[in-house]
Design a protein around this ligand. Structure first.
Ligand SMILES: *[C@@H]1O[C@H](CO)[C@@H](O)[C@H](O)[C@H]1NC(C)=O
Length: 142
């Protein structure tokens, strides 16, 4: 690992990868621009809550990864995946630019598991790994 690299550099950084064995050595230079390989850490502090009086909705709220510098100037976008407890079908939605979202048309009275992933707002690089899961159950009909 190495630090002190900068985004928006006009010339690419280069990594010299050298393999050595008894027959000799081979080198290759791998050029990259930081913004093309950027991958945020996962979103943090995901909270999922039923909405009082709403039978088919869950409110999701989360925070940007603490390691992401200046999220107000370099925003992230987020995608969400969720599944009901009893089946293995996972739905994926997004990306969205805000750090909260209301899931609608989810099954009342059924436990749902939710995760969120982050990507640079300008679509540079790749999505983060999925956040730790959070779970909640939408209210049943009265
Ligand atoms: C890459 O590293 C190897 C091993 O240190 C060196 O022999 C080679 O000259 C380097 N290549 C360049 C282009 O700097």
């Amino acid at each position: 690992s190495f630090g002190d690299v900068q985004v928006f550099s006009l010339t690419p950084y280069e990594v010299n990868v050298t393999a050595v064995n008894p027959l000799g050595a081979a080198s290759r230079l791998l050029p990259f621009l930081l913004e093309n390989i950027i991958k945020p850490d996962p979103p943090e502090d995901l909270r999922v809550s039923p909405i009082p009086g709403e039978t088919k909705k869950l409110l999701l709220e989360w925070s940007p990864p603490g390691s992401w510098p200046f999220p107000e100037y370099f925003p992230l976008k987020y995608r969400i995946r969720y599944a009901r407890e009893e089946d293995s079908v996972t739905k994926m939605i997004g990306p969205y630019e805000q750090t909260s979202y209301t899931l609608t048309e989810v099954q009342p009275g059924t436990l749902h598991h939710i995760q969120v992933a982050a990507k640079d707002f300008t679509d540079s690089g790749e999505f983060s790994a999925w956040s730790l899961p959070a779970s909640a159950t939408p209210w049943m009909e009265p």
